[in-house]
Design a protein around this ligand. Structure first.
Ligand code: NDP
Length: 603
């Protein structure tokens, strides 16, 4: 639970909440002996106490609860009166949560209350599982051709496209991302949904494919073996999603899961999951049969109940490495499938033959997109010694010019140039109070350990931000960072860049591979052979080799991606991403031909 009070210290108008348990979810150590995937659970108590002192002394800069309402926020709240944003979606109906509890969610730019959504608990999750099991047992959805299912899911994707303006306003208010960026990525979710739907026919074509078409040559069984492959749906599956790109992360699971023929329960993040609640309405409007798709909002308790249920045969999860590990543990007990898209600590490797402007631009884009709250954020700069000084000088100048985005909902007109010119020109708030504290805690610890701050390092003053609240953090560059420092090894998930330098190509590879994560990384050089050579040696699921930085963070739905090491298990996107939601099955047959078996029964 993210907004609960662990240690709460009340001042007249300021409530400072330190959640005792929350930071431990993020205190994830990475042993430098990478073969051992140990979680180093650190004692956080002493650092928390020091941080508490720091927080109190910085009190004038922290969030104050406001009584007034931001105009743009009131407009978003008019969207949120709709049933789908206030109820769970179970068995084809919008229903109240059994215990009737609510989770508050706040506008990151001001700290004002945005909405209260239902806190679904284990009993609600169980109700959704019962509905999904009934739909699975009934069998109509799994019995349809994948192309037919895809036609229905395509209506949901169209529904995202038709409602982009509303959904973008909701995500801007919920996550604190500039409206224009939210609209852009929601368009991406709709487009990706349509891509998934195009794979319905591909999946149908993969049914009953002869295994022995090679007639015994090249490792396939001999011709007399009559055997075909099928790809079956898995059953009732749980989809647990993160808050940073709420609709994109969730629909990237919902669409392939349903097209593959499964029945699913979506558990969005409580931190920012409002747009995901709309997927229930999209399913209802599209005519998805009752129980085939369900949405239960709630906190970690709901997610844990879903993961632990013996009736749930797969969990597809996007979130932190620590929660992913817990989910894998729960699934291990019952030997069910997992697909885990986890955290990252991606490196941007810059060789000295790179154009300086492009290097600065790419560095900024890499660690500031979505306020640094993106799994593939390039939060480690690995720069060649000979270009380090000019690059850092330019970076500091550019970062100190950036304005803060004090009302993301109304960023419509200015937007975030990142999506146009490849340049980041606005700093958004981070998503919530607990993330804000967590990031400041990292900065506090880094400074205490002697890490040097090139720029940023804390909370901007009110005059700079342009309003009196909100979870803002200065874009921060840390230099002289040791390789075993937390800010080099752990995912901060905020606008914080750590810098180390290298001399030789081998050193560059060593630095890039010096964490236990392996989600993405980028190599910049004007020498194509060198860029590709180094890219090939980096241990990450998605590597970019570039002389310009163009395409950094870009994804194409047809290109599979995923993580090495702490960054995940399994692959998303592409046909491989659809296969994750299926079980491969061989069917041996004898005494008839497959053509006979496909003839319609006439008697
Ligand atoms: P969390 O791991 O905190 O939460 C992810 C989801 O899991 C939320 O819905 C959360 O619920 C739920 N959850 C929490 N505890 C449990 C539990 N014990 N069992 C089951 N479910 C649980 O991650 P964040 O939401 O903070 O997301 C940020 C993380 O996601 C970052 O590490 C980021 O790198 C990663 N990410 C990875 C991506 C990828 O493709 N590899 C893409 C996007 C993000 P609740 O929030 O309500 O507590």
């Amino acid at each position: 639970m993210h907004h609960s009070i662990g240690n709460s210290i009340k001042f007249s108008q300021i409530t400072l909440q330190l959640e005792a348990t929350r930071p431990s979810r993020f205190v994830l150590g990475t042993a430098l002996a990478f073969e051992r995937l140990d979680f180093i659970t650190e004692s956080i108590e002493s650092s928390l106490n020091r941080f508490l002192f720091f927080y109190i002394t910085q009190i004038s800069k922290v969030k104050m609860k406001l009584n007034t309402k931001t105009k743009s926020l009131s407009k978003v709240q008019t969207h949120l009166v709709a049933e789908c944003f206030n109820k769970l979606y179970i068995g084809g109906q919008f229903v109240d949560s059994i215990d009737g509890e609510k989770i508050p969610t706040y506008y990151p730019a001001t700290g004002e209350l945005l909405h209260e959504l239902p806190r679904g608990k284990a009993n609600d999750v169980e109700a959704a599982i019962v509905a999904a099991e009934a739909a699975w047992a009934e069998g109509a959805w799994a019995g349809m051709a994948a192309a037919e299912r895809a036609e229905i899911v395509a209506k949901m994707a169209q529904g995202i496209e038709d409602n982009i303006e509303m959904l973008a306003e909701i995500e801007a208010a919920d996550v604190g991302k500039p409206y224009r960026q939210a609209a852009m990525t929601l368009g991406g979710a709709a487009g990706e949904g349509k891509y998934w739907c195009s794979l319905g026919k591909v999946l149908d074509a993969e049914q009953d494919v002869p295994v022995n078409s090679g007639g015994g040559e090249g490792g396939v069984p001999p011709a007399e073996w009559d055997v075909v492959y099928r790809r079956d749906p898995i059953g009732v599956i749980g989809l647990i999603s993160a808050w940073n790109y709420p609709m994109n992360v969730a629909f990237r699971k919902v669409a392939p899961a349903l097209i593959a023929g499964n029945c699913a329960i979506l558990k969005p993040s409580e931190i920012a999951g409002l747009s995901c609640m709309f997927i229930g309405k999209l399913a209802q409007d599209a005519g998805i049969p009752p129980g085939v798709f369900n949405v239960v909002t709630g906190d970690g308790e709901a997610g844990a109940a879903l993961a632990a249920s013996p009736s749930v045969s797969m969990i597809a999860f996007t979130g932190s490495t620590l929660t992913g590990s817990k989910i894998m543990g729960a699934c291990a007990q019952k030997l069910s499938q997992v697909a885990l898209e986890l955290g990252g600590k991606s490196a941007l490797v810059v060789f000295d033959d790179t154009d300086l402007d492009k290097a600065v631009e790419t560095t900024m884009k890499g660690f500031l997109t979505n306020g640094g709250q993106i799994c593939t954020a390039h939060t480690r700069l690995v720069v060649q010694e000979s270009i380090k000084s000019p690059l850092l000088k330019r970076l500091k100048e550019e970062l100190e010019k950036l304005p803060f985005c004090n009302d993301p909902i109304t960023e419509k007109d200015r937007g975030d140039r990142i999506w146009e010119d490849g340049m980041t020109d606005v700093v958004q708030p981070v998503v919530c109070e607990s993330q804000h504290k967590k990031i400041l805690g990292f900065l506090y610890e880094a400074k205490a350990a002697g890490v040097e701050v090139l720029t940023g390092g804390g909370v901007p003053d009110e005059a700079t931000v342009g309003n009196s609240g909100g979870y803002f953090i200065q874009p921060t560059v840390l230099i002289n960072v040791e390789r075993d420092a937390d800010v080099w090894q752990k995912e901060v998930f905020g606008p914080v860049l750590s810098v180390r330098s290298f001399s030789t190509e081998d050193d560059a590879v060593l630095e890039a591979n010096s964490t236990a994560f392996g989600l993405a990384s980028t190599v910049m050089s004007s020498d194509p052979a060198k860029a590709m050579r180094v890219a090939n040696r980096i241990r990450a699921g998605a590597v970019f080799a570039t002389s310009t930085g163009e395409g950094l963070l870009a994804e194409h739905p047809a290109v599979s991606r995923g993580g090495f090491g702490f960054s995940g298990v399994g692959r998303e996107l592409g046909i491989g991403g659809l296969h994750e939601y299926t079980e491969l099955k061989s069917v041996n047959y004898s005494g008839f031909s497959i053509a006979d078996a496909k003839k319609k029964h006439t008697g």
